[in-house]
Design a protein around this ligand. Structure first.
Ligand code: PLP
Length: 395
């Protein structure tokens, strides 16, 4: 058998989004592209900002000598400095290039961080509902995933978190704005988590990291701010990318930022840089590092996403669905009108609408809609949601 039994199992269990994708292809062949409303994938239809296109043209037309060669494994100092300057401006803290590692997207960043800090069987806490890839990333580096449910508003429950921190806990991994719920953690929530981690660090005489996956940080609505995690715990590491804020997911460009107040940050940076190299990334793509250097304060048009959120949220509420209003990212995570979320997903497929069951995110009884789609897809799906709501007696 070419594929190990463990991997076979992971492929079978973790394929919800892929399954929906395949169901979508079959439905499109049968009913035609414009008659299928696929809300399963988080692949934005928004194009990168014009500043990005301009910069790429500039790099092609006026290349610098050596700009495609190997570089330091942490990335170009100029790019890391530009990231650090932007972070300093936004956080009020003093970041330098020495706290930044350029990575192959947020996924690359998370794998580098986990590889660096995990000793086999160390526990990493994540909150459900979660981004399912976390489980594979943690397993990649021999970590053990501990899942802690959130409360009814999808906010971490401090008592449950405390009960799940053990002498083996190495890190707590959070994601705000959140995939799949769209919630944003307040500074109070971050403060509570930070204080709890410091208490537990003292109790177990061991460092516990707070890793913040900030990949949706700039996709935020209603004029809300998304607090940075750094002021709330010394051992904080942020991972992010330009996959969402510059709509560049295929280009694989992101970074890790280490708290400039962390006393052992140089040692940590050495580990991160080594892992960026030895995990096989070697360095983040050179061309993209040149491009994003000058785009640190540029973001796609968030208003487009906000309009889509409003349209979907208002309609789902009107139909009687129970929904927590997303404050960021481009997902919405309503309660399934039947406890069996798979049954509901199948019901919606009858109306050519594709969504992902909550159990794919460790939260059965819910479903995820991704609304980074063209308006006609969202508008076309509403009839299906309405028919299903009626069938399950929501109105
Ligand atoms: C919560 C979360 N983290 C990380 C990632 C990975 O981002 P990237 O494409 O930059 O690797 C995604 C992608 O959808 C995500 O939703």
């Amino acid at each position: 058998m070419a594929v190990s039994p463990k991997l076979q199992q992971q492929i079978a269990e973790g394929g919800w989004i892929r399954k929906m994708f395949e169901a979508g292809i079959a439905l499109k062949q049968k009913y035609g592209e414009r008659n299928v409303f696929d809300l399963s994938l988080g692949n934005p239809v928004v194009e990168p900002p014009k500043e990005f296109v301009r910069e790429i043209k500039h790099l092609v037309n006026e290349p610098d000598a050596g700009m495609h060669r190997y570089m330091p494994n942490a990335g170009y100092v100029e790019t890391r400095t530009a990231v650090a300057e932007q972070l300093s401006k936004e956080t009020g803290l003093q970041f330098t290039a020495n706290e930044v590692v350029m990575t192959c997207g947020a996924a690359g960043a998370l794998n580098v961080v986990l590889k660096t800090i995990i000793e086999a069987t160390d526990e990493i806490i994540i909150f459900s509902p979660y981004f399912v890839e976390y489980i594979y990333y943690i397993d990649n580096h021999q970590g053990v995933t501990v899942v802690v449910p959130t409360d009814s508003r999808f906010i971490p429950d401090l008592n449950l978190l405390e009960q799940n921190i053990t002498p083996k806990t190495k890190a707590v991994l959070i994601n705000s704005p959140n995939n799949p719920t769209g919630v944003v953690y307040s500074s109070d929530t971050l403060k509570d988590i930070g204080e709890l981690l410091e208490k537990k660090e003292r109790e177990y005489n061991r460092e516990i990291f707070l890793i913040s996956d900030d990949v949706y940080r700039k996709i935020i609505y209603d004029g809300l701010g998304c607090p940075y995690v750094f002021p709330y715990h010394e051992r904080t590491i942020m991972t992010t990318s330009h996959s969402k804020d510059l709509a560049l997911p295929g280009e694989r460009i992101g970074y890790i930022a280490v708290n400039p107040g962390y006393c052992d940050r140089q040692e940590l940076m050495n580990g991160l840089t080594f892992c960026n190299r030895t995990l096989g990334f070697v360095n983040a793509p050179a061309l993209m590092q040149h491009a994003v250097r000058v785009l640190q304060d540029v973001t796609v048009d968030i208003k487009q996403y906000e309009k889509k959120r409003d349209m979907l949220y208002e309609n789902l509420c009107r139909m009687g669905y129970s929904v927590v209003k997303p404050q960021g990212a481009f997902y919405i995570f309503p309660k399934s009108p039947t406890n069996d979320d798979m049954e509901f997903v199948n019901e919606l497929q009858e109306y050519n609408v594709l969504i992902v069951p909550g159990k794919g995110f460790g939260a059965p009884g819910y479903f995820r809609i991704s609304y980074c789609m063209e308006d006609w897809v969202i508008e076309g799906s509403l009839e299906g949601f309405s028919k299903a709501a009626k069938k399950y007696g929501l109105f």
